[in-house]
Design a protein around this ligand. Structure first.
Ligand code: UN1
Length: 509
């Protein structure tokens, strides 16, 4: 499929407005954003981003739509999400290919991303009948107590380029069944993916006679600030860097809004002396080079037991020799390009820093040149032997740079895994039950995700997704993450004919 066929299948015009309340696309005169593919450098489309007036129109429509949507029974909202999941199934090939072309991840991973959207829709449909609250026993006679969960209102979703469609879906599918309406500000690097999603969901909303304003799209970085400062938006779900997340968090907290933050990771796999080394190689390589190292769950560090260090790093270097870099839409290739030239600069800068700080490369990096690589965004995945405390190792570099280091005993390995500012994902490869349980214990990994015998990336949607420390503490997706999209109300009902006060207080008139 070439890009025109992909856009055709998705029913979208390349030159579009970047502002929508559903089926309606508003003329809004924000700065022009152009989407260019890192696959071949081609400019795919340019679109007019949202200006302040356009943002205002969207917010008015969204606020109106909420008044309707909150009264639709949750299982009926779930029915809309079920139909959205079906529409995604229908468009999976084209949307997966667009993700691959606009963002640069392999076609397999583009399809996998759309599959995550479908999975979260299924999850949300079930959830729409399970928004359970608890009942409590009142201390007063003739009283009943319970809690219920109500929608919040307009939810702002700010997503990153690396998962241009799935992260929106995790948030929006849950937010919708919970009774909220959403305003989405996608990354300015992947606006077409967002436009495609908006077209897909708009048809479903229209077919169900639902009003404009339930699914809204705004584009351009100026809108990020408008959303964060907007008192009409009680919840912001932000995915991006720790640096920007800090500003979002402070701004939203300053107006007593809530935020769900999914920020940087610095994810490690501990390769123990008792690891299945063949399996560990696959886990480590997919974790480090999958999505060209641009997942927040990408494997950045390998903490390897000294007894298997030489053997394992040799196996790893051999596996790296087999990685095919190239057009991500060609399924023979393992790894596509980085998102843009800026990302290539960050990658090259990290390599320089590693050298300056005393690291040694076991597999050299560099930019790939020549026919097929004209976009200048293709780089070689590399492996460096480092110390955990190097400043560059403490940072998240969003690129396929893998750090390896040695440890002597499990306590030291756990301490090294935890000794970074971020706390998203972690893993241990071991067949030793004691080590595995120690890693998962309260004194083990300090991350939001801790795995045994699988890598750090590729989390399933059924679990709560997110991490601690500078990762921001938010949870999205499965388990009871839905509670973050609702407000809890405690209700006490007196069905007696007296008015006893709590705590036995007497107040007689
Ligand atoms: C992200 O990189 O922002 O666990 C999300 C994973 C994917 C999601 C990553 N399911 O790797």
């Amino acid at each position: 499929m070439n890009i025109n066929e992909i856009l055709n299948k998705l029913g979208i015009e390349p030159d579009n407005s970047g502002t929508s309340t559903g089926s309606k696309w508003l003329a809004s005169k924000g700065a022009v954003i152009s989407s260019s593919s890192p696959v071949n450098g081609q400019v795919i489309a340019s679109l007019q981003s949202t200006d302040a007036a356009g943002y205002e129109k969207v917010m008015e429509q969204a606020s109106q739509a909420f008044l309707h949507w909150r009264k639709v029974p949750a299982p009926k909202r779930g029915e809309m999400v079920r139909q959205f999941g079906d529409a995604l199934r229908e468009h999976k090939d084209a949307l997966g290919a667009l993700v691959s072309f606009e963002m640069g991840k392999s076609l397999q991973e583009g399809m996998g991303e759309v599959q995550e959207m479908i999975d979260i829709c299924d999850f949300a449909v079930g959830l729409s009948r399970q928004l359970y609250g608890l009942t409590m026993h009142s201390e007063r006679p003739g009283h009943r107590m319970y809690e219920q969960w109500h929608p919040l209102g307009v939810v702002g979703i700010i997503s990153a380029f690396n998962f241009p469609v799935a992260v929106w879906a995790w948030n929006t599918a849950l937010a919708w069944v919970c009774g909220n309406v959403c305003v989405w500000k996608p990354s300015s690097k992947t606006p077409l993916c967002a436009i495609a999603c908006q077209h897909i969901v708009a048809k479903v909303l229209k077919a169900n006679d639902l009003p404009e304003g339930i699914s809204n799209l705004v584009t351009g970085n100026a809108c990020g600030t408008l959303i964060n400062e907007d008192k009409r938006i009680p919840l912001i779900s932000f995915t991006g860097s720790t640096r920007v997340g800090k500003v979002v968090s402070a701004t939203v907290a300053g107006r007593f809004g809530r935020s769900i933050l999914e920020l940087g990771g610095n994810n490690a796999i501990v390769i123990s002396a008792s690891a299945d080394l063949e399996m560990s190689v696959i886990g480590a390589v997919f974790g480090a080079v999958g999505t060209a190292g641009q997942r927040c769950t990408s494997t950045r560090r390998l903490i390897i037991h000294e007894s298997v260090y030489d053997d394992f790093t040799a196996k790893l270097a051999k596996a790296y020799g087999q990685i095919k870099i190239g057009d991500p839409l060609d399924e023979n290739n393992h790894m596509g390009p980085l998102i843009d030239q800026g990302a290539v600069e960050d990658y090259l800068n990290a390599i320089e820093q590693v050298k300056q700080q005393g690291g040694r490369f076991l597999v050299e990096g560099g930019v790939v040149n020549g026919p097929g690589f004209e976009s200048g965004c293709y780089v070689k995945p590399c492996i460096a032997e480092v110390k955990n405390h190097y400043a560059i190792v403490q940072e998240e570099t969003f690129a396929p740079v893998l750090y390896v280091m040695k440890y002597k005993d499990i306590a030291e390995a756990i301490a090294m895994q935890n000794d970074v500012p971020q706390g998203l994902s972690s893993a241990i490869m071991t067949l030793n039950l004691r080590e595995a349980e120690q890693f998962l214990s309260a004194a083990g990994s300090d991350c939001g995700i801790a795995n045994v015998n699988i890598g750090t990336s590729g989390a399933e949607i059924g679990g709560a997704f997110g991490g601690e420390k500078e990762t921001g503490g938010g949870r999205e997706s499965g388990s009871d993450a839905w509670k973050g999209y609702m407000r809890r109300q405690t209700n006490t009902i007196n069905y007696s004919n007296t008015l006893p006060l709590a705590q036995g207080i007497k107040f007689d008139l």
